[in-house]
Design a protein around this ligand. Sequence first.
Ligand code: COA
Length: 260
Amino acid sequence: MTQDLNILADIKNRVATLTINRPDKRNALNAATRSQFIEAMGQLETNDEIRVVVVTGAGDRAFVAGADITEFAGRSAVDQLEVMKRRTVYEAVDQFPKPVIAAVNGYCLGTGCELAMACDIRVVADNAKFGQPEINLGIIPGGGGTQRLPRLVGLGQALKLMFTGEIISAQRALEIGLADEVVPASDLRTHVTRLAATIAEKSPIALRCIKEAARASARMPLDEGLKLETSLFGLAFSSEDKKEGIAAFTEKRSPEFKGR
Ligand code: COA
């Protein structure tokens, strides 16, 4: 498990928490942090003990305040596009087969907002702030913002945020659908731990099938999505976890899902 300066990994009760750890730089993502994050996600993917991942930022000021702007200074467009061809943190989250929760604990800007949007669920501290301020640097979102933001909040709200670079409150993010839940900052950790624990008790196979089908809804026409759902339903239906779930219901006890 990666356990060094830029990404801290903590594993408890089948839940892995990855903390982006550059609080002095408001957890801005530089190259080293990105590659450590991708490596950590790769390890968690193949670790059957892990059922849910939580992504958060170190300290109480920021989730991630964007790409590390200092890295942009000396880069040509060609250099930057080469960097962007490599595997990205957004792909590492988006393609991760288990649930990923963003615990947004402060500034969630640019790349940070894009990383949170790639996660499955965004639980947000009431003092968090969201925005896509790339326009103020004369650039555009490059981590999926132009695609995921309209899907989450609708075209008008997304364009307003990206055209103006406006920073919005957690409450506003909730109203437009960018945040899924807002909790007092002091409760964020406890709340996310409880949510992650609830999900971690479910069948890993069913969770994987739900994630795959629901995520496909953004890419597929309805009839294709419904076919995919049926085939994933069949997969979940053939699992030992299904037998255990039905048996537990019949025997009036809690199920013990094994992920088989
Ligand atoms: N890239 C590189 N460094 C960053 C950064 C980023 N995206 N965001 C913050 N930092 C650094 C600051 O340069 C400062 O470093 P220093 O102490 O060496 O001077 C440190 O983090 C603290 O930032 P500061 O601005 O003093 O903190 P703050 O709490 O007053 O303000 C922000 C926080 C997030 C509002 C402000 O830092 C900011 O606007 N950051 C840039 C946001 C942005 O444009 N992101 C999109 C990038 S594509």
